[in-house]
Write a protein that binds this ligand. Structure first.
Ligand code: GLN
Length: 264
């Protein structure tokens, strides 16, 4: 048997198994305020839709996975961000190509900042970003902290929790993820924007974790990954999987209600 028929056999098996390769980006250094909950949510919801998600935890110095259907990145302290920047640059071309090919990505806070042009810390240290999202960030003494609701055209109201010193400015033409009602929150406390989007890449300050509380956002990532890989999103569910998914959605509604009514 030759190599190419081995590969096509392996691909056929993957298709039968409905594999989705999910990358968790820098979970050791960039995982704060429960951001790993986003990974757990994607893994579980994808299973409940009858897919077979395979998790690749990628940390500084690791081998880059062969196949990537989705990338999830969390937030982190300034020092966590400076630990990953060099490695992120080494992977920038691969990540950029995946982004251009429509691979869904969710980058929270610290990695949202590093997916932009640069992040300048309060101390004046400038960390260069990989420039996929048209934005840059400058740290300030006063952090923006608290529960937050933003309004987005595609995902409805997104409920989360922000905690950042960085004030992010979007370049002209960069689409925000959503809008916030008040000042002193969101991207920069001034222009009522929150987050940024390009291709299927979403950057946001929403911790929470955000995906358990916002199933529409989670399902967008799963649907896009499945469509990219298999040409369609085709749930194959047992009754108990459907019931569990409904239960998760109900829990999300309850968590959202609590977060919305809690003062900042
Ligand atoms: N260090 C960055 C800031 O404070 C990111 C914080 C975070 O990821 N929560 O702006």
């Amino acid at each position: 048997m030759n190599g190419s028929s081995d590969i096509s056999k392996a691909n056929a098996t993957c298709e039968e198994n409905r594999v989705l390769d999910i990358v968790s980006l820098y979970p050791k250094d960039m995982n704060i305020y429960g951001d790993y909950g986003n990974v757990l949510t994607i893994m579980r919801r994808a299973e409940l839709y009858g897919y077979n998600p395979v998790l690749h935890e990628y940390n500084v110095g690791d081998d880059w996975p062969e196949r990537v259907d989705m990338i999830l990145g969390g937030g982190g302290q300034d020092h966590g961000q400076s630990r990953v920047t060099e490695d992120l640059f080494a992977r920038a071309d691969a990540i950029r190509e995946l982004a251009e090919n429509g691979v869904p990505m969710l980058m929270i806070c610290g990695l949202y900042q590093l997916f932009g042009e640069y992040f300048e810390t309060v101390e004046g240290q400038k960390l260069k970003g990989i420039g996929i999202l048209g934005e840059h960030t400058v740290g300030q003494d006063v952090r923006m902290i608290g529960n937050l609701v933003e309004h987005s055209a595609d995902f409805g109201d997104i409920v989360g929790y922000e905690n950042h010193s960085g004030r992010t400015s979007l370049q002209d033409g960069t689409q925000p993820l959503g809008s916030v009602d008040s000042e002193n929150c969101g991207n920069n406390g001034k222009d009522h924007t929150e987050g940024a989007r390009k291709y299927n890449v979403i950057g946001t300050y929403m911790h929470g974790s955000v995906l358990p509380k916002n199933p529409r956002l989670a399902d967008f990532l799963i649907l896009t990954a499945a469509q990219n890989r298999y040409g369609e999103f085709a749930p194959k569910q047992t009754d108990s999987q459907r019931t569990e998914l409904a239960k998760l959605d109900e829990l999300a509604d309850r968590a959202r209600e609590v977060a919305i009514t809690r003062p900042r």
